[in-house]
Design a protein around this ligand. Structure first.
Ligand SMILES: Cc1ncc(C[n+]2csc(CCOP(=O)(O)OP(=O)(O)O)c2C)c(N)n1
Length: 641
């Protein structure tokens, strides 16, 4: 296919097979169109912009050279896959990205055969790719497997476990290191410095020597194009790098925005590589969109924005975000106690630890995408008498679970776990939902597990955690803004294991753990109006449970409902277990437990997701109504059911 003037090439590319018939010389035009399409789409949906802009040429080059989907292309994290989605049959839905019933913001197996492996958490691509490469060998299927991994993702231990294994297995795996010298924030750590050293050319060989080595390895004459690529590239590294020591053939760095560099290298590797190959590609995050290129975060994640100016839509907040309340409270406590330190795993702004960093840079540690290390690093600090706040999103804490159990909990070390993004998170969907932390922490002996019902409670919990030195302690809070309650000057130290009654009633008891409290109070108004006098309590603690409070609620009400933004096995299960063993269910108490549904819920607005899950005020009322089948017509009318 030849580019016709004024005819968009992108319109002719429904699938990668169409792209393969476009001449190499026309690919820069396709790249321009793809970039424009992506910018326009994300300006409508919001989402991850900078990473995708940086891999436009790389994505085109891979689909041009390799036979996807037969050849497997795996994007690490998957947040950079929007250009890939546009080129693989999903252009017509690209403006539904991250919306309810729309395309996922990450790669997803169920969505397309061009997504052979789903992602969203980082640093999994080399392992998955190695599994696929070995499967191809075992089944005798000739196939290329390509894993594209960012320099940020290369800070996680899992990536090294995979490199180590791949080198030993000598599998035919192609790893493309997409080095844009950015994580969400600038990357930290020795590895990023090492990559920068490689890219700066200090250890490069001359291109002639590189040519000789590549020819010897690939066994073919290097054509003129690659020689040109070599000349234009900032250099090639062919010996003694860490990757080579691990058994990879290491090519690069090459310019990831130049088809002259990308195509010949990819073709040579495709045609001749035997064992594992690592191609170091240098790209620029946000490439081709000036507002992104100029932004400190390279527009990693954006709201809807104006394409001309790059200005992002900002919702007018009614209340401060939970993240900012946490961050400010932590800074306040850190001023009072110089043993307090903060740890983030590559999410300084997402967790709010950038605020602690501003005030106490020497007491703030960004360890890179390395949640497992973050937890044990915190344990080490705690063992020496420091008060570490290891601030992670609920979903990423999952990765550090053995460290939580083995390094923190068994040793009873007082690591504080602020757990952000608890419950549904909206557009990022099931991979990012904070569903399981209460379940997997409250079953650990000696752990204190709290959930904030509102932003003032969060402030109390930061203070409580700072003051509590007897063992590990966690507190969870959701994404987004608080409910606008009056804020205390400083948090209070809560009594461990004590909840609070918000409103007294006689027939129904709603026992909330977390920010569903507001919906419980709303539901109680309706229930009261229908003559079902309702008590509302805020448990504050899933561990230790407030046994006195639960006993009282059980004895003085006909129906007890626990409500939480977590999966089955969490707070409600702890309460049920207690009630069963105390014999409190033997006397006719009705017990119901409202949790996140036992399915992977796709992205939508959090309030829509909670409504679907029956966890909003209406869902709570309807649970009560179902528990009392004999309600009068008048009561049903008042309840609106
Ligand atoms: C285990 C895990 N921790 C944290 C994150 C949040 N996160 C998403 S993208 C990203 C940065 C990735 O950097 P890099 O791999 O260099 O890709 P780039 O965005 O620069 O293309 C981070 C920290 C994640 N997805 N997974």
């Amino acid at each position: 296919m030849t580019a016709k003037p004024n005819t968009p090439l992108l319109d002719q590319v429904k699938l990668p097979a169409d792209l393969r018939s476009i001449e190499d010389k026309d690919l820069p035009q396709l790249a321009r169109e793809l970039r424009d399409e992506m910018i326009d789409a994300v300006s409508v949906t919001g989402g991850h912009l900078g990473a995708g802009l940086g891999v436009v040429e790389l994505t085109i080059a891979i689909h041009k050279v390799f036979e996807t989907p037969h050849d497997r292309l795996i994007f690490d994290v998957g947040h950079q896959c929007y250009p890939h989605k546009i080129l693989t049959g999903r252009r017509d839905r690209i403006r539904t990205l991250r919306q309810e019933d729309g395309l996922s913001g990450f790669t997803k197996r169920a969505e397309s055969e061009y997504d052979p492996f789903g992602a969203a958490h980082s640093s999994t691509s080399i392992s998955a790719g190695l599994g696929m490469a070995v499967a191809a060998d075992l089944s005798g299927t000739p196939r290329n497997v390509i894993a594209v991994i960012g320099d940020g993702a290369l800070s996680a231990g899992m990536a090294y476990e995979a490199l180590n294994n791949a080198g030993a297995l000598d599998a035919r795996l192609i790893v493309i290191l997409n080095d844009n010298d950015m994580s969400i924030a600038p990357p930290t750590g020795a590895m990023s410095a090492y990559l920068a050293r490689l890219a700066s050319g200090r250890t490069y060989m001359g291109f002639r020597e590189f040519g000789k080595k590549l020819t010897a390895y690939l066994g073919k004459n290097i054509d003129r194009a690659i020689t040109r690529a070599v000349e234009h590239a900032r250099g090639y590294v062919t010996g003694g790098t860490m990757f080579e020591e691990m058994g990879f053939y290491h090519i690069g760095p090459i310019d990831g925005h130049s088809f002259d560099h990308l195509l010949p290298v990819l073709r040579n590797v495709r045609d001749n590589a035997q064992g594992p190959v690592l191609i170091h590609v240098v790209t620029q995050k946000g490439k081709g969109y000036p507002p992104a290129e100029a932004a400190a975060d390279k527009y990693h994640g954006v709201n809807k924005f104006d394409v001309i100016t790059g200005a992002q839509a900002k919702a007018k907040p009614n209340a401060p975000s939970y993240t900012s309340v946490f961050a400010e409270a932590l800074v306040q406590e850190a001023r009072h106690d110089d043993k307090i330190v903060g740890i983030t795993a590559a999410m300084p702004s997402g967790t709010g630890l950038d605020k602690l960093q501003d005030v106490f840079p020497e007491r703030t540690f960004d360890v890179g995408i390395a949640e497992q290390h973050a937890v044990t690093f915190a344990a080490g600090l705690a063992a020496e008498g420091y008060k570490p706040f290891c601030a992670l999103y609920s979903t990423f804490l999952q990765r550090g679970y053995d460290q939580v159990v083995h390094d923190v909990a068994i040793q009873g070390l007082p690591v504080r776990f602020p757990i952000d993004r608890a419950g549904f998170v909206g557009a990022d969907g099931p991979t990012h939902a904070g569903s399981f932390d209460t379940s997997f922490l409250a079953n650990l002996p000696g752990f204190v597990v709290m959930a904030a019902a509102d932003e003032a409670e969060l402030k109390h919990m930061v203070r409580t955690a700072a003051a509590y030195d007897a063992g590990p302690i966690s507190f969870r809070y959701p994404r987004g803004e608080g409910v606008g309650v009056q804020m205390p000057e400083r948090g209070e130290i809560l009594e461990i294991g004590k909840g609070r009654i918000m409103k007294e009633g006689t027939k129904v008891a709603l026992l909330s753990f977390g920010t569903r409290l507001a919906d419980c109070l709303l539901a109680a108004e309706d229930l009261d109006a229908a003559g079902l006098s309702t008590t509302v309590a805020d448990a504050r603690f899933a561990k230790p449970l407030d046994h006195d409070l639960i006993r009282r609620l059980a004895r003085e009400h006909a129906l007890l409902i626990t409500v939480e933004e977590g999966a089955i096995g969490g707070f409600g299960s702890q309460v049920a277990h207690f009630l069963i063993n105390e014999g409190l269910l033997d006397e006719g108490l009705k017990l119901r437990s409202l949790v996140l549904p036992d399915v992977w819920m796709d992205q939508a607005k959090p309030e829509t997701m909670y409504a679907k899950a029956g966890l909003d005020a209406k869902g709570i009322v309807s649970t009560v109504f179902k528990a009392f089948p004999g309600l009068s017509q008048e009561q049903l009318r008042v309840l609106g059911v």
